[in-house]
Design a protein around this ligand. Structure first.
Ligand SMILES: Cc1cc2nc3c(=O)[nH]c(=O)nc-3n(C[C@H](O)[C@H](O)[C@H](O)COP(=O)(O)O)c2cc1C
Length: 190
């Protein structure tokens, strides 16, 4: 798959088939993250792969899903992620570290798209609980989690008209409003 194709095709996925992802593939995603651009090449990130069923169930309880979907919704037991990559920051020597996390995250989600694996970047998470579940030392910052699994959901982009809120239709298809190209782009003149 061409990179641009993967970028166009990628959507956040929150419903997953209960088929495991091989550890080789999960390591490949971490490798993709490891090689992302890094401010001053300081490489402050570390990655915690969770694929143990028991740990996955515990991590699932720390996540808030799809805030715009009402009434409050969470994936059913048959739709839960089968793995997670926890994005850790081992030091913040450089004020740009959040950009490093963002770039590494994008590498993961695009590499996942190539494997036809769905992902959701999650920041609305209970970091204290995650720290306790995974035994992550206090000095390490837990930035975010990427939930992973083979896709069991369809999500489509639509033109943003009035609201940025994504929504789910009667066929359970997610609709993601995105600003139009002409609305976000300036060529030689603002
Ligand atoms: C920094 C960041 C934090 C996010 N946190 C959550 C979250 O806690 N829960 C969730 O369900 N989705 C979360 N998302 C997914 C966004 O809702 C999603 O990217 C957005 O709706 C656009 O949809 P798309 O990824 O399909 O283009 C997060 C995305 C980003 C980039």
């Amino acid at each position: 798959m061409y990179v641009y194709e993967a970028i166009l095709k990628r959507r956040s996925i929150r419903r997953f088939k209960q088929k495991s992802i091989s550890i080789e593939i999960l390591k490949k995603f971490v490798n993709a993250a490891r090689l992302a651009p890094s401010a001053a090449n300081l490489q402050p990130l570390e990655y915690f792969i969770v694929n143990d069923k028991n740990l996955c169930s515990k991590i699932f309880e720390t996540i808030s899903w799809a805030g715009y979907i009402k009434p409050k919704w969470t994936p059913s037991p048959k739709e839960r992620p089968v793995a997670y990559i926890v994005m850790l920051i081992k030091n913040i020597e450089n004020k740009w570290y959040l950009r490093d996390v963002s770039l590494a995250s994008e590498n993961i989600v695009i590499a996942a798209e190539e494997e036809d694996i769905g992902c959701c970047i999650l920041c609305n998470i209970d970091r204290d609980k995650i720290r306790q579940i995974l035994g992550i030392p206090e000095k390490i910052i837990i930035d975010s989690i990427i939930a992973l699994g083979y896709k069991d959901e369809k999500s489509v982009v639509e033109e943003l008209k009035t609201s940025v809120e994504y929504w789910r239709d009667e066929n359970n298809i997610m609709h993601i409003p995105k600003r139009k190209l002409e609305d976000v782009m300036h060529i030689n003149n603002y």
